[in-house]
Design a protein around this ligand. Structure first.
Ligand code: GLP
Length: 233
């Protein structure tokens, strides 16, 4: 794992953007994208720069089951607001949270992942080490599935909702196996509350208890962390 320690979130966004720019200039066509507060500085860099994304396809990691693009807490809404409305892409994919048929939706989405091989996969990390919505215990070779969120993730994400009861309990998420198919992976983590997860991801054993530890088995991973998130390394 290549670890880059930056001063803060804004500097991390610039660093991640450099990697994306370089990748696109060298032929990358498909970006795997993530939601959460972490990648916002990267998306701001993408918007501010005149790099053209109109030939680029994006494949997002996950979506809450039950939320559609008009729900302001859905990940589709988040991506439209923070990136796609301001920077046109060729095509953008996010799982359809409104499809009640989990078997159909997860098979449909995994096919999308297979048909659009991800050149650069952007990731954040949950405080419990989850990536996408692959919570502790998820199979390290899993494909897209319907997953139950843990209480720790519900608590962490409750800040975006009017009250905790509004946080969806399930999500459709690319699996760890789907994520590992990305040719290059860039994971960003900022803040003290990510320090334990970052340490376990980098220095701990590869274990389902800490889903991001699977990245140790990938040959091209860059971790961008601020000093607080790197403080336990
Ligand atoms: C959610 C998302 C993850 C994200 C995580 C951390 O659970 N499914 O993809 O990495 O939140 O979010 P934040 O960046 O806001 O800390």
């Amino acid at each position: 794992m290549n670890i880059i320690v930056v001063k803060d979130n804004a500097a991390g966004g610039k660093k991640a953007f450099e990697i994306i720019k370089n990748g696109i200039e060298n032929g990358a066509k498909v970006l795997g994208l993530a939601t959460g507060s972490t990648p916002i500085s990267l998306y701001n860099e993408m918007i501010a720069n005149d790099l053209d994304f109109s030939d680029i396809t994006s494949v997002n990691l996950d979506e809450y089951v039950g939320l559609g693009e008009d729900d302001d807490q859905s990940y589709r809404y988040f991506m439209n607001e923070h990136l796609f409305n301001k920077k046109p892409f060729k095509e953008t994919f996010v799982p359809d949270g409104k499809n009640p048929n989990a078997e159909e939706e997860t098979a449909r989405y995994e096919k999308i992942v297979d048909e659009h091989p991800i050149d650069i996969q952007i990731l954040g990390i949950g405080v419990n080490g989850h990536i996408g919505f692959n919570e502790p215990g998820s199979p390290l070779d899993g494909t897209t599935s319907k997953v139950a969120l843990t209480q720790s993730t519900i608590d962490a994400n409750a800040r975006f909702f009017a009250n905790e009861d509004d946080v969806p309990r399930f999500a459709y998420s690319m699996g760890i196996g789907s994520i590992m198919k990305g040719k290059k992976i860039v994971l960003m983590a900022y803040g003290e509350n990510k320090a334990d997860a970052v340490k376990e991801m980098v220095e701990g054993p590869v274990t389902t208890h800490l889903p991001a530890s699977a990245l140790q088995n990938h040959t091209d991973v860059t971790i961008i962390v601020d000093e607080a998130a790197a403080s336990k390394l």
